[in-house]
Design a protein around this ligand. Structure first.
Ligand code: WTA
Length: 647
């Protein structure tokens, strides 16, 4: 079968960091021949070491891998101070507000603001090395200052996405035992103010006893509740802070941040990242995958509450010394041309977004990109979920004018940075395909026993060697870390990292991601565990049993489909609104289901296991091909099908 393939734009390839596939394979072979040597070369070149490391990789306590042993650095130095000699007046953060207000923050200004904020945290709130700080912030520059201020004084930040509910915020504050919460009164979205601080107030009224103070940035100046003694006004306090804050000498392996993410079982996990390996790979992938050049202006539309916002709005771009655009609003407000107008106004060179956003922009304004001058664009990225070929094609042809590279980047909260992605100057790209593992990353599609899958066969997508930016632990739960990531596949007798995704390799070696093979669903690029949603639904008194599955959705990729069995004697007329209100309160609006149906029972094996595959097929209105004769009550399937058809 001949596959549609698009070669790199020769102009872009001529000056690219990696210019062709020969260069790519040369790098990848170098990594395979001398893995530690490969990483040493980049660590020495890219990181501003404050004390040298004495060993590249320590595998003695696998899977608790350690990188750049005994090295000392500070990530805020890597992102700010070291650029001041030659980039003080260069724009570091280019901020555009929802209402079109623009602010340029140079590296010198960023330095001043981060130093002041670091002093504020250290001196007013006694935050020190190893303390946890929770950020519940809108997309405003102060969120980036807070991250970098934490990094400067060695505090560990844990950002909670602003769409999460009171309950979700409280759980994360408690799990991390945070000392301080940084938030804002609110911000603006679609031309109107929205509020955030109330969620923090509610979370802290229900728990989070470790929190000693709340620092509040005033963004929209709407009226907020204020608790004297606990709440502190950032805008008032910051001006009197000293302009210099000496940074903490951090060990390579000192945690940089926690970020909670969903797994297939239990509560969200606090993914713990380390300092040196993370920042090294954040910077390297910025340079390789986005092919950054000195004067580029780069825009990633993610929210800082997700890993993409961490690595590819703040840490990666600033470590690489580029100009990163931070946007408060949504790309479709006031109209479907907003994003393209911003690309034109700011002469954006690299644009990075999620397939859901591409599908929405496509649907709302197919010809909108043609109205703007998008000639500055060189690289278009996508992340977070599989991209379907029609969305890919529109992105390539209409947005990129068939001259930009599309980098379909596969990675995860746990991987810290890109793992599998085209290289803009080298890789012949194909719609919907993440292509090849980046140099230094050993990705394999295997069976649980380590046998390589044959061409065209779907298997487990594993990273079979440790890499610098990998997750180090699950906060407070090392056993869960081992089980969740190193419990499913073994290669050459050693447990290897399993991503939770399936993938398939074709005859040319191209890797295509087929999606999660575990009980995690991906709605608009947001990862959610079915177990987490089920636990929330079970909190309702009328619910006897619940099963949650994903259903393909034209725009969102997947939507949530819930089957509920009510307790005897319970009737629930408005079950959908009722359960969705519960999900919004327990998790957040992102967890609301498109379909919630009441069924008389769930399809179970005789041993009581719920047959989710059947429920997935029913949600998709697919023919049931599985053998249902082994079910405890095969007749239930017909009844559920009838209910689902009515939904
Ligand atoms: C999915 C986001 C297909 C995948 C950076 C993964 C993708 C999960 C892609 C991680 C892609 C991410 N193609 N699927 N290019 N990128 N995914 O932790 O299922 O929020 O496991 O990190 O998103 O989501 P997370």
């Amino acid at each position: 079968m001949i596959k549609e393939t698009f070669n790199p734009n020769p102009e872009l390839a001529a000056n690219a960091a990696i210019k062709n596939m020969d260069e790519y394979w040369a790098l990848q072979n170098k990594a395979l021949e001398d893995y530690e040597g490969f990483w040493k070369e980049y660590a020495d070149e890219k990181i501003d070491w404050l004390a040298p490391y004495d060993q590249v990789l320590d595998e003695s306590d696998a899977p608790f891998y350690k990188w750049f042993i005994n090295g000392k650095l500070n990530v805020s130095n890597q992102c700010i101070d070291r650029h001041l000699a030659d980039k003080a007046d260069k724009t570091a953060i280019l901020f555009e507000g929802d209402r079109g207000d623009v602010e340029q923050i140079t590296y010198a200004q960023l330095s001043l603001r981060v130093n002041r904020m670091a002093n504020l945290l250290r001196n007013e709130f006694g935050v020190g090395k190893g303390d946890r700080v929770v950020l519940y912030m809108p997309m405003i520059p102060e969120a980036a200052y807070a991250m970098l201020a934490c990094a400067r004084i060695g505090a560990i930040h844990s950002i909670v996405f602003g769409g999460f509910s009171t309950e979700a915020l409280k759980d994360r504050i408690e799990d991390a035992e945070a000392k301080l919460v940084i938030t804002a009164d609110g911000a603006y979205r679609k031309g109107k103010p929205y509020m955030l601080k109330q969620v923090v107030d509610d979370a802290l009224s229900q728990g989070g006893k470790s929190v000693e103070a709340v620092l509040v940035v005033k963004r929209n100046n709407e009226e907020i509740n204020w608790i004297e003694g606990r709440d502190h006004d950032y805008n008032e306090l910051i001006t009197s802070q000293h302009a210099e804050c000496p940074f903490e000498l951090m060990d390579s392996e000192d945690p940089l941040f926690l970020l909670y993410t969903s797994g297939s079982t239990g509560k969200p996990k606090g993914v713990q990242h380390a300092s040196a390996g993370y920042i090294l790979w954040a910077q390297m992938t910025m340079e390789w995958v986005f092919d950054l050049k000195e004067d580029d202006v780069y825009w990633c539309t993610a929210d800082i509450g997700w890993i993409t916002g961490h690595t590819y709005i703040v840490y990666g771009p600033l470590a690489a010394g580029t100009t990163t655009l931070m946007f408060e609003g949504v790309p479709t407000y006031p109209d479907a041309g907003r994003a393209w107008k911003m690309v034109q106004d700011h002469k954006i060179n690299q644009f990075y977004t999620a397939p859901t956003a591409i599908r929405v922009l496509h649907k709302m304004g197919e010809h909108e990109p043609e109205k703007y001058d998008l000639s500055s664009l060189k690289v278009l990225g996508t992340v977070g979920e599989p991209i379907d070929p029609p969305a890919w094609k529109w992105y390539y042809e209409t947005v990129g004018n068939s001259k930009c590279a599309i980098v379909d980047t596969w990675w995860q909260t746990e991987t810290g940075g890109h793992m599998i992605s085209p290289l803009p100057g080298a890789t012949p790209i194909r719609p919907g395909c993440a292509t090849f593992a980046l140099p230094g990353i050993i990705a394999e599609v295997i069976d649980p026993d380590g046998t390589s899958k044959k061409v065209g066969e779907t298997g487990l997508l594993c990273i079979t060697r440790p890499w610098p930016s990998m997750i180090r632990n699950i906060w407070g739960d090392p056993e869960r870390y081992k089980k969740a990531y190193f419990g499913d596949a073994v290669k050459d007798g050693k447990p290897v990292y399993f991503s939770g995704d399936g993938a398939v390799v074709d005859e040319d070696g191209y890797i295509t991601i087929t999606g999660r093979v575990d009980d995690v669903i991906n709605v608009s690029g947001h990862r959610m565990g079915t177990a987490e949603i089920e636990a929330a639904v079970k909190k309702d008194d009328s619910v006897a049993e619940v099963a949650v599955v994903g259903r393909p959705h034209e725009i969102k990729g997947e939507s949530i489909f819930i089957y509920i069995v009510l307790k005897e004697g319970h009737i629930n007329k408005d079950i959908k609104n009722h359960i969705n209100a519960l999900l919004a309160a327990e998790i957040g609006n992102i967890a609301k289901a498109d379909h919630i149906i009441e069924v008389p029972g769930l399809p179970k094996t005789r041993s009581g296991k719920i047959m989710r595959r059947i429920l997935r097929s029913i949600a998709k209105h697919e023919e049931i091909t599985q053998d249902i004769s082994t079910l405890e009550d095969p007749s239930i399937v017909k009844e559920i099908e009838t209910k689902a058809r009515e939904a």
